[in-house]
Ligand binder design. Sequence first.
Ligand code: UDP
Length: 268
Amino acid sequence: MNRVRILNTSLHSISKQQLLDRLKDGGSVFTLNVDHLMKLQKDFEFYSAYSAATYRVCDSQIIKTLTDCFFPNTIQEKISGSDLLPAYIEHYKHDPEVKLFLLGAAEGVADAVRTRVNAEVGREMIVDVYSPPFGFHTDPTECEYINERIKQSGATTLAVGLGAPKQEIWIAQNQQKLPGVKVFLAVGAALDFEAGNLSRCPAWMSNGGLEWLHRLVSEPRRLWRRYLLESLPLLWLLPMQFVKLYRPPEFPEPALAFKFQQVENETV
Ligand code: UDP
């Protein structure tokens, strides 16, 4: 599997179907969007977590389109976290080995997903859910409680919807403490979409690179800064990479125990 270098990270060139098949053997999946790419320029902890992911896939039609302009045919398919979670459930619904734990979103949201999915697939595919309190990630007792609850559930897949950078850092820091979990999915707001709490944009908007606009209109107070201010540097950073003028931030080497990291070829 080849990788495409995008600024200071790289994306795996893989289709959704290939990814779903490969997850039979385990791994962690992070889905890169413009907000993540900008955070990777500033946040070393996030960068370290990202470097340790087994699969980094392209969440964003804007990144795919810009990359296609400069490095044609390098990204096979856009795979967003919001599409990945339902696709994963569909792919493994008849596999009794696959049992999910949903971590994140507001109280009651993941529970609604659990009730609907288990009724649809006809088995306890989602074995437990938990909505952690605000600021939980800095509380070791709470983190220990979460890990214990995941272990007790018998889950083999953990879907984490805490937003970036929290969800990726949490996965990187905790995956080794959860030996029973083979697959870790960082899914952002997918739990809200699956619960019907937030509406997903129509396919033509998503495929046209306008998903951000739909989300901005849905949650303007929370998202205006992300989409209208913090994402703008992408418009010059990617062209700068193309003309070899992009300079990555000077981070130390990520010193993580790479449970899932694989050595692969890099194409760009
Ligand atoms: N969230 C959470 N706990 C937190 C912060 C966020 O459960 O401490 C949840 C929030 O309820 C929502 C999701 O994380 O479900 C937000 O994801 P975001 O929109 O940032 O993700 P994206 O899909 O844009 O990556």
